[in-house]
Structure formats: C-alpha cells, structure tokens
Write a protein that binds this ligand. Structure first.
Ligand SMILES: [Zn+2]
Length: 324
C-alpha cells in the first residue's frame, strides 16, 4: 500500500520516537526509500530532538553542579561554625571559673560573631550572599562596639557606630544596590539612593560628633566646612548621572570643577568662618614649608583646568562628529 506524504508526515514523529507499530514502520520506510522530502524532514526532526535533549542535559548538569556546590559550602560553613564554638566554650568556662561574671566572654562572643559574618554567612546562605554578609557584618560590628563600650564603661558607642556606618555605606552601598532584590526594587534610582543614604548618614555622623564635642564651636564650624563638600559631591553626581552630554564632556567639567574647588575652598570656607585667609601665591621654584601648600594648590588648579579643558574640547568634537 502506498501512502501519501501527508499521512507519512503524521506518522513521522511516532516513527522517529520508535513508538509506532511494526506495520506503520514498514509503510514509513517504504515511503522514505522513494521520497526525498520526507527523508529530509525526518533528518531535521532527529537533529532538533538531539539539540533539545542536549540542552536539557546541559541545564541538568549545571543544576546538579550548583546543588553540589551549595551542599559543599553548607558543610564547610557548618564545620567552620563548629570550630568557632571551641573558643566560645573555652572562654565561657575560663571566664566563669576565674571571675564568675561573664564580662569579657561577651566581647569574645561578639568578635567571633563578626568573624562568622564574614566567613560562615557567605558559605551557608543560599541566596543574596553579598547582602546577607554586609548586613550581618554591620550588625555584628555594632554589637561588638556596644558590648566593648558597656564593659569598659565608655560613652563612645554612638560616636564610633555613626562614623563606622557612614564609612561602610560609602564603601559598600554602591555594590549593595546592584545586588538583587535591591536592584529591581530601586530600578533607576540606585545612584540617587546611594547619595541620599550617604548624605543622611553623614549628617547623622556630624550630629553625633556634635554631641560629644564643644557644641558652640562645632556647630559654628562643621556645617560651613561640610556644606561646600556636600554641594560639590551632589553636583558631580547629578552631572554624571543626569546630564545629557557625552562622557568626555562630563569628565572634563568635573575635573576642572574639582581643580577650581580645591584651590578656592580653603580660602572661601576660612572667610565664611571668619578666619584670616588669602589666595596663596605661586612660587614654582621655591619649595619651602611656607610655600608648599600654595604651590600644590596652584598645581592642582592648573592641572585640573588644563586636563578638564582638553577633555571638554575632545568631548565637544566627538559630539559634533556624531551630529554630522
Ligand atoms: Zn513523502
């Protein structure tokens, strides 16, 4: 019996998977011997099948490997945690035996927690390792400060905590906002959030410092010295993030601006807080204690402006070429 191509094509998937009856197989093979088109179709079907099965296998292997590493890190994490328990127990026993009060035991415990946040947490946590590590490290560090402060009878806890928080935020927040799920939560406001949080923590830090030092002098000077720096940081950020011009132009503007800022900032801030100050003279060939500060500021100003102008001119020429 001769079958038409359409009937054979209906049977081909069953034939390729070797699940059709003996009789159908005979009919398909008989047809394939004469029909080139159906033979080509069968070959295509088989190679597609092969590809998809290879793909599934690859995904499977990756998945198995990931699970293997996850299990392995969990085991290593648990082993390290076990090792960490040894000094905790030893200290507990020694502390109880010698003083009967758990004083320095808590300091050891808090220090080990800080170390654990950097070693055990990244190994044991299945997802968002970076965020968990940063979070637990910050929390355990604050706990350590708190414990030491209590046991030494200090009053410096808030001063140190506010300063360290600001430092951690400046160094690590730019990376933290790029980690999921913070990344999707913030969308296109990552840079703005980093700047806002850093500014708030800076103000908090200054506020806390103000409590610990002579308030009348501090509040007269600190805001006037800080304010121009904050304005510069925000201006540079807004320019780089939001200005609609090319990178060379932005880099040029920022470089020139920072050159001018570092030259005049000292003079202007001194005038603002009521201290005698003058624009320094430039003595490029006299390097003495009394000329070194002025010379360096002049060099920063000149190098900043020249580099800035070169970058800006190049940026404008690139922009014009693009426009043409
Ligand atoms: Zn055919």
């Amino acid at each position: 019996m001769k079958l038409g191509c359409n009937v054979i094509r209906d049977l081909l998937p069953l034939y390729a998977d070797q699940i059709c009856s003996e009789e159908s197989r005979g009919l398909v093979e008989e047809h394939l011997a004469d029909c080139k088109n159906c033979s080509v179709l069968l070959r295509q079907m088989r190679s597609e099948e092969m590809e998809s099965s290879l793909e599934t296998e690859a995904v499977d292997v990756i998945h198995r490997q990931a699970n293997f590493f996850k299990r392995k890190s969990a085991v290593i994490g648990a082993a390290i945690a076990g090792v960490f328990m040894i000094p905790v127990l030893v200290c507990l026993i020694v502390n109880l035996a010698t003083g009967a009060a758990l004083d320095w035991f808590f300091i050891v415990l808090a220090s080990l927690l800080t170390a654990a946040s950097l070693s055990i947490v990244p190994l044991m946590v299945p997802d968002h390792k970076g965020l968990w590590t940063l979070g637990t490290f910050t929390a355990s560090l604050l706990l350590l400060f708190g414990v030491i402060c209590i046991y030494t009878g200090g009053t410096w806890f808030f001063l140190v905590s506010a300063t360290v928080l600001f430092g951690i935020s400046v160094c690590f927040l730019p990376f933290a906002v790029h980690a999921e799920p913070v990344r999707s939560l913030l969308g296109s406001f990552k840079g703005l959030t980093v700047m806002a949080v850093d500014t708030l923590l800076y103000v908090l830090m200054m506020g806390v410092i103000g409590v610990y030092v002579d308030a009348s002098v501090f509040w007269r000077l600190a805001p006037r010295i800080s304010f121009p720096c904050l304005v510069l940081a925000w201006f540079v950020f807004l320019l780089i993030r939001y200005a609609k011009c090319n990178g060379f132009l932005k880099a040029g503007l920022c470089t020139a601006l920072i050159g001018v800022y570092s030259f005049f900032a000292n003079y202007l801030v001194n005038r603002w807080i009521g201290t005698e100050s003058s624009i320094p003279a430039f003595h490029p060939f006299i390097w003495r204690v009394d000329t070194i500060d002025g010379n360096i500021r002049w060099i920063v100003l000149l190098v900043g402006c020249i580099t800035g102008i070169v970058l800006m001119v190049y940026g404008i020429s690139v922009q014009e070429k693009k426009d043409i």
